[in-house]
Design a protein around this ligand. Structure first.
Ligand code: PRT
Ligand code: ZN
Length: 288
């Protein structure tokens, strides 16, 4: 307790989640020195201690309260099935856990898998999926290079993470079922003390502001006054758009915020409605 109390965060030591985890902390205004071979480090401006671990070990560490919170892929959390709580989806490292078979196979539905051999690093998620679909198949657990298993006769199908799909493609495989959609998430120990929970709330407030900012853009445009009403009706803004008169009479400058998913549609509509000189600027933080 007191001023020395720190929140302990576990992140991946190296790999696909490492950089984005560090970047997120940075965008939350938290400075950590990231020494290459360090096991742990401390933030200089937030009561946070950061542990660098293999991603597979993070759920266990958080369950055991060696770390209070952790950043890890959903796929790992659900495969390990540890007793931890999801705090927040973080939006990076998106991928899916999918079943794939050789491209030449005549695959119709999951019944294809009955009596077959499936190679995977995710035996428990695959077993759960098979049980749900009442399929009996043999799971062959391997820790890496799962995608070569069908080609060398080790298995009839595989279940592995896919993002672009190019690994499947180059190995002559086709994706046939998705069993889980995954992204990086923040997890927490189930029994955090009140002071730890308060620190987590503080961190979470920042993370949410960063996430919102990433999903939104600040838009500035010029509008002829006779089209102003139509243009404003296209813009959501935080409350409502800001409208300022331009030196050029008959024109106004309009400022607003647009979310990433509706962005291109809106820009087209704004142009069609007579908007000119449209500027789009990234937002650093967004607190609503
Ligand atoms: O050393 P450590 O155990 O910590 O790391 P790791 O090697 O186990 O994990 P790492 O760094 O490879 O991945 C960490 C996390 O990133 C995973 O648990 C996922 O949550 C997430 N992630 C996102 C991915 C991918 N995308 C991904 N494409 N993890 C792995 N892949 C692999 C996949 O296994 C396959 O080999 O990439 C290949 C497929 O990619 P595409 O683009 O060809 O489809
Ligand atoms: Zn791992």
């Amino acid at each position: 307790m007191g001023s020395k109390m720190k929140l302990k965060l576990a992140i991946q030591k190296s790999g696909r989640l490492h950089e984005d985890s560090i970047k997120l902390l940075k965008e939350c205004g938290i400075d950590i020195s990231n020494g290459a071979n360090k096991l742990k480090t401390e933030a200089t401006n937030f009561p946070l201690e950061v542990f660098f671990l293999r991603d597979d070990d993070i759920p266990q560490y958080v369950e055991d309260a060696v770390a209070d919170i952790g950043i890890v892929g959903e796929n790992v959390v659900y495969e390990k099935n540890k007793s931890v709580e999801l705090v927040e989806k973080l939006g990076f490292a998106p991928c899916r856990l999918s079943l794939a078979v050789s491209r030449g196979e005549n695959y119709r539905d999951v019944k294809y898998l009955e009596g077959k051999k499936i190679a995977t690093s995710y035996p428990s998620l695959v077993q759960k999926y098979l049980d749900e679909h009442k399929i009996n198949a043999e799971i062959h657990e391997i820790s890496g290079s799962v995608e070569i298993a069908p080609g060398i006769g080790l298995a009839d199908a595989i279940c592995d993470l896919v993002s672009s799909g190019s690994t499947l493609l180059t190995n002559g495989l086709k994706e046939v079922e998705t069993i889980l959609n995954s992204q990086a998430i923040l997890i927490r120990n189930k029994k955090l003390s009140d002071p730890h929970q308060q620190l987590l709330n503080k961190l979470l407030f920042r993370i949410q502001a960063v996430k919102k900012a990433r999903n939104n853009k600040y838009v500035l445009l010029n509008a002829p006054n006779d089209k102003l009403k139509e243009i404003i009706s296209l813009l959501p803004g935080m409350k409502s758009p800001t409208v300022l008169p331009l030196a050029d009479e008959g024109w106004s400058s309009v400022h607003s915020v647009l979310s990433e998913d509706e962005f291109w549609d809106k820009i087209e509509q704004l142009k069609a409605a007579g908007a000119q000189g449209i500027l789009v600027v990234p937002i650093e933080k967004m607190v609503i």
